[in-house]
Design a protein around this ligand. Structure first.
Ligand code: ZN
Length: 326
C-alpha cells in the first residue's frame, strides 16, 4: 500500500477510534450514525484498542530500568508481577491456582503469567500469547525489546481488556510467556502442562513484534490450517493496514518460513492450529536500538486493531474451524 493510501486508512482508523467514545458521552446521540466507512456496522458496546494505553505499556516494560527482561533476571520478575497486577486490575481470573506459573527446562527456569476469560459458550479455546522476556544486557548495552516483544505484550493486554468488555464465545487463555528468547521454553511448558486440558477446538493466536509494520502486518498459519484463510482474508479486506497471509510454507527459502520462529511453533508441534501476527525483521531487531521511540503509534494502533478484528472473526468461526482441521 502506498503512503497516501495508508494515511487515508489511518485517518479512517482515527474516526473509528473516536466515534464510539463521542457517542457514549452524549446519550441522546444514537450510535448508528457512526456506522460510516470501514465496512460493517459496529455495535455500540464494541470499542477499539486505545493507543495511549498501548504506548504506555510498551514504555513501561521496555524502559531502561527493566534491563531487557531476560528470563531469570530480577527485572524479568518485576515485569511478570506488573502483568499479574494488570490482569487483576481487569478482573481477569488466574488460569491456574496463581497467575504466575513457574516452569523449568534443561538449563533454566522461568515464569508464565496466565489469566482466563470465560466465554459465553466456552466450548472452544483461544490461547492468546505474547512473550514478555527479551535478551537482557549485553556488553553493557540494554536491549529494551520495544517491538520484540513489549509490543505484543501490550497488545495482548489491551485486547484482553476489550474481550472482558464484551466476552467472546470461546474461552480465552491470556498467556504472557517467558523464555521465548531461549527456545520457546514458556510456550513448550504451557503446551505440555496447561492449567486445564485444551479442548478439541483450540487455536493459538500469537503476537510477537507487531508495532513496526511500516504499513504491512503478516498473518502466518493458514498454510497449515487452510480453513483460516477465508476468515483472515475477510479481515484483511477491512483492515486499516495491509494484512498479508504467508511466511508459513515449509518449501520457502531459508528464513521465510516463520512456522517455528516464535511461541506458536510449540503449538504447531503439538498439532494445535495457530495464527501468528508479526512484522518483517527491521534494522533494530535484536539490537539495543529496539526502543519505544522507534514505534510509530499510528502503525502500532492499526496493527492491534487488525489483530483484534481477527480475534473477533476467529472466535465466531472457531467451533467450525478446529473440529474440521484437527
Ligand atoms: Zn520475540
Amino acid at each position: 500500500m502506498n503512503l497516501r493510501l495508508w494515511l487515508v486508512s489511518i485517518v479512517g482508523l482515527a474516526l473509528l477510534v473516536t466515534a464510539p467514545f463521542v457517542g457514549r458521552r452524549d446519550e441522546s446521540n444514537p450510535g448508528t450514525q457512526y456506522n460510516i466507512g470501514m465496512g460493517a456496522a459496529r455495535p455500540m458496546e464494541d470499542t477499539v484498542p486505545d493507543i495511549d494505553r498501548l504506548m504506555a505499556t510498551v514504555s513501561t516494560i521496555a524502559h531502561d530500568s527493566m534491563m531487557g527482561r531476560q528470563v531469570g533476571s530480577e527485572m524479568n520478575g518485576v515485569v511478570a508481577q506488573w502483568l499479574t497486577d494488570a490482569l487483576g486490575d481487569l478482573g481477569i481470573a488466574p488460569a491456574a491456582e496463581d497467575y504466575q506459573v513457574p516452569f523449568k527446562w534443561d538449563g533454566g527456569s522461568g515464569t508464565n503469567v496466565l489469566g482466563r476469560i470465560r466465554g459465553s459458550e466456552g466450548i472452544s479455546l483461544i490461547v492468546l500469547t505474547a512473550h514478555f522476556d527479551h535478551v537482557g544486557v549485553r556488553k553493557g548495552e540494554i536491549f529494551n525489546g520495544a517491538d520484540d516483544n513489549a509490543s505484543g505484550t501490550a497488545a495482548v493486554l489491551e485486547i484482553a481488556r476489550l474481550l472482558v468488555d464484551r466476552p467472546p464465545a470461546a474461552d480465552v487463555l491470556v498467556a504472557f510467556l517467558d523464555a521465548e528468547e531461549v527456545g520457546l521454553q514458556g510456550a513448550r511448558a504451557l503446551v505440555s502442562d496447561p492449567p486445564a486440558p485444551f479442548p478439541e477446538s483450540t487455536l493459538n493466536v500469537n503476537l510477537d513484534m507487531v508495532a513496526r509494520s511500516g504499513g504491512t502486518l503478516w498473518a502466518a498459519g493458514a498454510h497449515h490450517t487452510p480453513e483460516l484463510r477465508p476468515i483472515l482474508e475477510t479481515v484483511s479486506a477491512n483492515a486499516p493496514l495491509t494484512l498479508r497471509l504467508g511466511h508459513d510454507r515449509p518449501d520457502a527459502p531459508e528464513g521465510d518460513d516463520w512456522t517455528s520462529s516464535s511461541d506458536h511453533g510449540s503449538f504447531h508441534e503439538a498439532g494445535i492450529p495457530f495464527v501468528y501476527f508479526g512484522v518483517e525483521d527491521h534494522r533494530d531487531y535484536h539490537r539495543p536500538t529496539d526502543d519505544v521511540e522507534q514505534i510509530v503509534p499510528a502503525e502500532f494502533d492499526a496493527a492491534v486493531a487488525t489483530v483484534y478484528a481477527a480475534i473477533r472473526a476467529l472466535d465466531a468461526a472457531l467451533p467450525l474451524l478446529t473440529t474440521s482441521s484437527r
